[in-house]
Design a protein around this ligand. Structure first.
Ligand code: NDP
Length: 399
């Protein structure tokens, strides 16, 4: 039996906590976040296990340490914001607790999606005999596990990777983001970047796009973005010659975003408003719908997967692996929309893999460095069934 502490009480946390409660291997669950009321709301929505709750400012290492020492979890799941990653890793090191998150550290004043801050903790986790798993949501997360699984079973070498992320759902709001608006807008307004023949190629934000076909959904315009798992996958799969990430956006979404950008409302530097310093993007976040509030009326599906090309037994091989997730079904099951669901389910199972020893090894790891098989065997029954297509012809036009 294992004990787990979850930090953060947003949309993803709701799914993680529900799924932990459904896993018989976890008998003690503590949910801690900045706003105690939000922890209590999640705890009250779960009837199968009693969930303990606590107020916590995760930026405050001594406060987290005190809670960790009192509760003594086997693992901490960080589903607060990327800004808290390093403080929570510090607290885990000091308390002797394993760590898992779903998004890489970002300095608040610089939207850089880079792993080096967290990879620099490898020696310390190694020496402490502790495991830290980085990016165990869907993307990053399942996309890295899918790639590791493909390499293990279907390729001798992978040469090309295209991660394709489609949200074909509809929430009925004029403009809303599907996860934390601040983090989401920082991510999609940065320049696009992909890896080709040993180099990173940078293009203006959202300037490269093409129509891609998604299973059960059809064709959707998909935009080339930089996404953090590209960095770790290129590092850990050295045969990769090209790695790209594509995400769908509707025309209306992009028009709103353009207007917000043109008005300066996506800026992350401080501006003076009648003597009060205001960060426009943080102010915008307070006006936009809370992503978890979209869940009740969300319909349609997400479809996220990996198109891979390479060599098997001396012959060219093409392979596609994906999951489709239905917003309304996710809401029915745990009261969350599919973006939170597809992030929270892998985080809960990843924590179990560490707690039961399967993924326990000292150091800091991205998910593609771990054995995908035990994870892939269980993730379907936990809510994210996956499908594979071998020899699928490429859906990509040349950039
Ligand atoms: P939300 O904004 O809904 O939730 C974040 C939670 O963290 C809130 O409860 C917030 O508190 C809490 N929090 C913020 N700062 C602190 C702090 N200093 N101390 C304690 N708690 C804090 O975000 P989501 O649930 O949508 O996303 C959670 C994480 O998942 C993010 O890091 C996001 O980037 C990541 N993500 C990863 C994906 C993947 O596929 N890998 C996909 C989607 C999201 P309060 O309630 O007071 O605001």
């Amino acid at each position: 039996m294992a004990r787990v502490m979850v930090v953060g009480a947003g949309g993803v946390s709701r799914v993680v906590t529900h799924k932990l409660a459904a896993l018989e291997e976890f008998d003690e669950i503590l949910l801690a976040s900045r706003t105690l009321e939000r922890c209590n709301q999640i705890a009250q929505s779960i009837s199968t296990k009693s969930i303990q709750t606590a107020q916590l400012d995760a930026d405050d290492v001594p406060q987290t340490l005190k809670l960790l020492k009192a509760f003594r979890p086997d693992i901490l799941i960080n589903v607060a914001l990327p800004y808290q990653d390093l403080a929570l890793m510090d607290a885990c090191l000091e308390a002797g607790v394993h760590y898992l998150d779903t998004a890489n550290y970002e300095p608040p004043d610089d939207p850089k999606f880079e792993y080096h801050w967290q990879w620099a903790y490898h020696e310390r986790f190694f020496e402490a005999g502790l495991t830290a798993i980085l990016g165990c949501g869907f993307d990053p997360g399942m996309t890295g596990i899918f790639t590791a699984y493909a390499l293990k079973h279907h390729f001798d070498e992978i040469h090309e990777l295209d991660i394709v992320d489609c949200n074909a759902g509809s929430h009925g709001r004029a403009f809303a983001t599907n996860f934390n608006p601040e983090i989401n807008i920082r991510e999609i307004t940065q320049p696009g970047r992909y890896y080709e023949k040993g180099e990173w190629v940078t293009v203006p934000p959202l300037s490269v796009h093409q129509s891609i076909e998604y299973p059960e959904i059809g064709d959707r315009e998909s935009y080339l973005l930089y996404h953090e798992e590209l960095e770790s996958l290129v590092k850990h799969i050295p045969t990769l010659q090209r790695a790209r990430f594509w995400m769908t956006f509707s025309e209306s979404y992009l028009t709103y975003l353009q207007v917000l950008q043109n008005l300066g409302l996506t800026r992350i530097d401080s501006v003076d408003y009648e003597g009060t310093p205001v960060i426009p993007l943080k102010f915008l976040k307070t006006l936009l719908p809370d992503p978890s509030s979209l869940a009740a009326t969300y319909t349609g599906q997400t479809s996220i997967g990996c198109h891979l090309r390479g060599i098997k037994n001396g012959r060219p091989q093409q392979y596609y692996i994906y999951n489709n997730c239905d917003h309304a079904k996710a809401y029915q099951e745990v009261g969350a929309q599919a973006i939170s669901y597809t992030t929270g389910v892998p985080a809960a199972l990843g924590a179990l893999m560490v707690a039961n020893g399967t993924w326990q090894k000292p150091g800091v790891f991205n998910v593609e460095q771990l054995d995908p098989d035990p994870f892939m065997q269980r993730i379907g029954s936990l809510g994210l069934p996956w499908h594979e297509v071998i020899d699928q012809s490429s859906p990509f036009a040349e950039v």
